[in-house]
Design a protein around this ligand. Structure first.
Ligand code: SF4
Length: 332
């Protein structure tokens, strides 16, 4: 059986269900790299240019982790995942960066995914990708149709308030009903790219820590993307980046829908996209609401002790605000 390796990084955290179902239905054995850990990150950082952000360095490490384990490695070139919007150039270029610096790679499935003009282009991408495994176009189309169905179902469930980890039931061995329990009525929105929000090593288990405080968590995946796109039109110029639209339009939804007691934006050191998107988000929150906002910047040198101290102070402040309505902290 042909083995297809998929690095557990970047957009794997959005499309894992789609990709895994697709390759499996085409008869491949899927090999996913290990969960991000210290070695993966160190390996990745040692091969990658130092200017790259943490998620890109981790992605390198995941590719290295797959070496010798698969016949192919799936390294899609993601240029755009939604109409008229782009993905960060580091994601679009990571395939070339890896080819250039990791010398003994197996065969690469180098699909270009560019949905800027039309979402129908995803079918072309599927035919190209499936072509590495079979010449049977009907089989590829069916596999993609079924995988797309599974992916859309997952998205729908997440929109109803279920986190990705909960959906996949991957938080330890806890069953879903235990994970969803909360002991406070506090809800915090965690804004960030899927690969920073769901990679528990990169974000030092932020979501698990919030859950341990008994806090409910909202992510951008729980908000309506079309609505975010619509709401982002209030800006003089539509945002260029898919993530910018999701984060800015999502922030407007969070403010208007109410029920959010705090917003945490997690961002990676040196991220060009976040440098202005998070600025816009922060301005919006501070000018149109009294929701406390905190930005956490991550890189490979981030220390967990400092991270926990800031998180604890933020949570304490939210709890105190609940008791003393006028106690508005300097976090605002
Ligand atoms: S958007 Fe930012 S965090 Fe994501 S890959 Fe690009 S530079 Fe890195």
């Amino acid at each position: 059986m042909v083995k297809v390796g998929i690095p557990r990084g970047l957009y794997y955290y959005k499309y894992s269900t789609l990709w895994e179902n697709f390759f499996t239905e085409l008869g491949a054995e899927i090999v996913i790299s290990d969960k991000t850990n210290k070695n993966i990150l160190l390996e990745g950082a040692s091969k990658c240019v130092s200017e790259a952000c943490l998620p890109i360095k981790a992605y390198y490490g995941h590719v290295i982790n797959l070496l010798g384990k698969a016949d192919y490695i799936f390294l899609p070139r993601l240029t755009s995942i939604s109409q008229k919007q782009y993905i960060c150039p580091e994601v679009a270029g990571v395939q070339d960066m890896i080819r250039n610096s990791v010398k003994v790679l197996p065969r690469i499935i180098d699909t270009e995914i560019n949905l800027r003009k039309s979402e129908k282009n995803s079918w072309k991408a599927a035919l190209y990708t499936g072509g590495f495994l079979t010449n049977d176009k009907e089989k590829i189309k069916n596999a993609y149709k079924n995988a797309l169905g599974a992916y859309r179902n997952e998205r729908q469930v997440m929109k109803s308030g279920v986190l990705m980890d909960e959906f996949k039931q991957e938080i330890g061995s806890m069953p879903l009903r235990v994970i969803q329990k909360r002991s406070t009525n506090i809800t915090v929105a965690v804004l960030g790219h899927c690969y920073t929000v769901y990679d528990t090593f990169i974000n030092m288990e932020l979501i698990r820590k919030l859950k341990d405080y008994g806090i409910g968590v909202v992510t951008l995946d729980m908000l309506d993307y079309q609505e975010s796109k619509q709401r982002s039109r209030e800006l003089d110029k539509m945002l260029f980046w898919d993530y910018g639209t999701r984060a800015y339009g999502g922030t407007i939804q969070l403010i208007e829908n109410g029920g959010i007691d705090g917003v945490i934006a997690i961002t990676s050191f040196g991220c060009g996209v976040d440098s202005f998107v998070i600025e816009l988000v922060e301005k919006k929150i501070r000018s149109e609401s009294d929701i406390p906002f905190m930005k956490l910047v991550l890189d490979e040198h981030s220390a967990e002790a400092g991270f926990c101290t800031r998180l604890e102070a933020f949570v304490d402040m939210i709890i105190r605000r609940g008791s003393y309505e006028n106690n508005v902290s300097s976090f605002r």
